[in-house]
Design a protein around this ligand. Structure first.
Ligand code: KG4
Ligand code: ZN
Length: 341
């Protein structure tokens, strides 16, 4: 077993440029540069994202190394997000990681972004619970909604997933209907805190087994809002908190119903959440309550490890490093990758 393992993680799959140094599984730094530029377009513009990564990547990596109080010569390996994500964005991180690994003559480790969201739970933190196997993870982000069964760090099975929109899209598209800027998820969360979650009952989709569907909910919300605005043009501003609380409540109910089914089907009561939407306060509360109500053991990530970050990439790289699971330098980025790839 290596004594001193320092892994640099690089994340550039979407619109956050991030770098992190992890020492023997503990985070020494986790620097994230968000790209404000997309807000005015109401969503991520791929071409602008890759340009911003190109500008940010060097200073972000320099900061991560500085904050970790090490030099690049201390690094044991470079881990980077190979996919899934936007190709132009992935290429920036992939190319940088390759050059750095070649320059420093250290191993290069490719990381699957979806696995990284889940494996963020293995970051060693004071008072943090590390999941015991097997566990179920609800991965909810801007691009994905999945229920995954994890029997070992790199043994995963998808039990269910969305057949259309991801839950993050449901939040962001609902927010857009309400005239809120991108990304709207955190804003819905903020306004929902002050509203009545039962003010407007939205219909939950009927989709089989452990799969999800969110496109019907979005359309339902759109038609409801359009109808109300015809009656009262100030409907949204007068009722924003109640609308947000009702949307958030419906989405949380959908997610909790599916998790209950997953527990029933598998008998596994170790439940984790991961991905950007797991920052949502209502989802976190409901999961905490499930410990008491259903006897589940729940794993809720620290806020900074929910939305895209490089610490999750570095911990995944660390776990692969311990398995001597390195990449060839000829490896290429992949826009489409399954969590099981
Ligand atoms: O994991 P992530 O950073 O990027 C992807 O891999 O997609 O997730 C971003 C998504 C966005 O849709 C954003 O609106 C949502 O996570 N999000 C939230 C909250 N914070 C971020 N959704 C609901 N409530 C939040 N507090
Ligand atoms: Zn993500």
């Amino acid at each position: 077993m290596n004594k001193d393992v320092y892994i640099l993680g690089i994340e550039s799959s979407c619109d956050d440029t991030s770098a992190s140094v992890i020492y023997n599984g503990k985070v020494l730094s986790n620097v994230v540069a968000n790209q404000e530029i997309h807000a005015k377009y109401g969503g991520v513009v791929p071409e602008l994202a890759s340009r911003a990564h190109q500008q940010n990547i060097l200073p972000v990596i320099q900061q991560a190394i500085e904050q970790a109080s090490i030099t690049k010569e201390n690094l044991s390996a470079i881990a980077f997000t190979r996919g899934p994500g936007l190709m132009g964005s992935l290429l920036v991180g992939t190319s940088f990681a390759k050059s750095l690994a070649i320059g420093l003559k250290i191993p290069l480790i490719d990381v699957n972004h979806m696995q990284a969201h889940i494996l963020a739970h293995f970051i060693k933190e004071e008072n943090a619970k590390i999941p015991s196997f097997p566990f179920i993870c609800l991965t909810i982000s801007g691009g994905h909604t999945q229920i995954v069964k994890i029997t070992d760090h790199f043994e995963m099975e998808v039990l269910g997933e969305t057949i259309d929109d991801a839950v993050g899209e449901a939040f962001d598209k609902s927010a857009k209907i309400l005239g809120l800027p991108y990304p709207g998820g955190p804003l819905i969360d903020k306004y929902a805190k002050l509203g009545n979650p039962k003010a407007y009952p939205f219909t939950k989709p009927k989709v089989g087994d452990l799969d999800f569907s969110f496109s019907g909910l979005k359309t339902g919300i759109l038609y409801f809002i359009q109808k109300q605005v015809r009656i009262n043009p100030n409907f949204i501003e007068e009722n924003l908190r109640d609308i947000c609380a009702s949307i958030q409540y419906t989405i949380t109910e959908i997610l909790m119903d599916k998790l209950k089914n997953a527990v029933k089907q598998t008998g596994i009561k170790n439940i984790a959440i991961a991905g950007g939407v797991s920052a949502n306060s209502e989802i976190r509360n409901r999961l905490k309550q499930a410990e008491k109500h259903f006897g589940w053991t729940t794993y809720i990530p620290k806020f900074e490890y929910t939305t895209d970050n490089a610490a999750m990439v570095a911990i995944t790289g660390y776990l692969k490093y311990l398995n001597n699971d390195y990449s060839e330098v000829s490896i290429t980025a992949k826009a489409r990758l399954k969590v099981t790839d």
